[in-house]
Ligand binder design. Sequence first.
Ligand SMILES: Cc1cc2nc3c(=O)[nH]c(=O)nc-3n(C[C@H](O)[C@H](O)[C@H](O)COP(=O)(O)OP(=O)(O)OC[C@H]3O[C@@H](n4cnc5c(N)ncnc54)[C@H](O)[C@@H]3O)c2cc1C
Length: 544
Amino acid sequence: MSHLYDSRRYLTDFDTRRAPNIMTDVLVIGGGVAGLRAAIEAAQYGEVIVLVKSQMHESNTAWAQGGIAAALSENDSCEAHAEDTLRVGCDLGDPEAVRVLVQEGPACVEELSRWGARLDRSGGDLATGREGGHSAARVVHAGGDATGLELVDTLLRVAGQNERIRIFEQCFAIDLITQDSVCLGAITFHPKYGHQLIWAQGVVLATGGCGQLYRETTNAPSCTADGQAMAYRAGAVLADMEMVQFHPTTLYVAGAARALISEAVRGEGAYLVTRDGRRFMQDIHSQAELAPRDVVSRAIRAENIRCGTTCVYLDVRHLDGERFRRRFPRISELCLKFGIDIRRDLIPVRPSAHYMIGGVKTELHGRTNVDRLWACGEVACAAVHGANRLASNSLLEGLVFGLRVARDLGQRLVSAPAPESALHLQNRVERSERTELDIPDVRNSLRSMMWRNVGIERNADRLEEALEIVEFWGRYVMDKVFDDCYGWETQNLLTVARLIIRAANHRHESRGVHYRSDHPETDPQNWNRHVHMRKTADGRLQVD
Ligand SMILES: Cc1cc2nc3c(=O)[nH]c(=O)nc-3n(C[C@H](O)[C@H](O)[C@H](O)COP(=O)(O)OP(=O)(O)OC[C@H]3O[C@@H](n4cnc5c(N)ncnc54)[C@H](O)[C@@H]3O)c2cc1C
């Protein structure tokens, strides 16, 4: 059935003769690790504009704690890192993409050091932590648990020194402009300048994830699925949208925003216990607390259902308190803020939506199926994570693929510059007379519904109910023309929620982060393959 979700091409009206037009060589949408790394490299080839929808430090990158995984020590190897990544990815990762990630990763981390990133050291060497699913201690970090902040500051400093890079903050990309399946730029909105059209010879989508789809999430407020949704409207193929990773340990203080308690805390020896202090992971997995995240998240959920509780606890009381505070200053401070003294008290935790494994399908250079559109970082699916992301592999992915994308794009600019045409495009959306729904209410209800029906555990009945609800909201929300970011974000969230639900219902097996209680086994015979989605020319959603 055709649906407004699939037939709507642009969310807003525009006319290229009326709106201000800005020209650049490269447009990077997103200023997290992937976007900034891409921008720095792309500046070698031409003028670059980077769009950030709020402030520079509001991104998942800035919030990252644990670190960056890379095989840097003599006791480790790229082969071992690749093996861990593929094993945790449950046979869905692409070995070639993983090889690229682990082999090119160490040079990217060394480059950060050369650029002045203050990575933590032990003696003269980089200090490395151990996290779940890794067979070696290979996670480098900064400021103890403030890796993301140091990463953003370093990349921002390097970008800031380059006159060819301009960063537009508070500039919201509403849609990609395409003609004949070629990406030409984006329509944007800025509170001061209104609608603008930014034209570029190459566009890099680096808008991050979609954690704001879930009531419980570790993600920054900016993660509202804008990139996945605008790529879908522009005709891009999306892959593995059912693969949403839940992080097992988010601080659970009723009424307070959820905050991540990094996996590195368990890497340092923290136990997961019930209220009465009983460890439960040892009975479930040979790696106990350091089992892959999907296993730990499901174990916590099962424990809570069994005991009728809302959370379990991290116990760090047996660890050296002083050393813990030095290693995890931000986490210690956060706990203290809520009256939790880590030397005496248990830390209440529960799982939350954390990372979007699926996204805009890319090949090894970050190219999408839309000409002159590249994607990297969390918005993309380069198939490095398979069905489950190994801890600390995503900052690495942003660095490695941000760089690859820009190099590929640069070559393309040199070899085939876009024709300079004064294009006249306009779009006018039909207004509808349908009843107005309360948009904040839709958004809150969507987040609760996604958590309940499309969360850690799924089944056909709940997914079908979820689809019915989202399609109902779609009829009232997708035919509206909003003039604010909140409205466009809500349309994007609904669009991507529907894609996740359809993909989750399509995959009739359990694998990695995708657990179906009605298909609890992995089915390698039928499902060692990706789920791809795109809209067809006649405005339908095609899933295969
Ligand atoms: C709390 C937390 C801790 C984490 N810890 C780690 C860790 O230790 N190690 C690790 O490897 N990974 C970690 N992750 C995951 C990792 O941080 C992210 O996957 C990664 O930073 C994503 O980078 P990105 O550049 O793709 O997106 P982001 O860093 O999220 O950046 C997205 C950018 O896109 C912009 N944007 C979005 N939509 C629009 C729009 N419509 N218009 C204009 N701009 C837009 C945003 O403003 C932002 O600048 C963590 C994640 C969280 C939430």
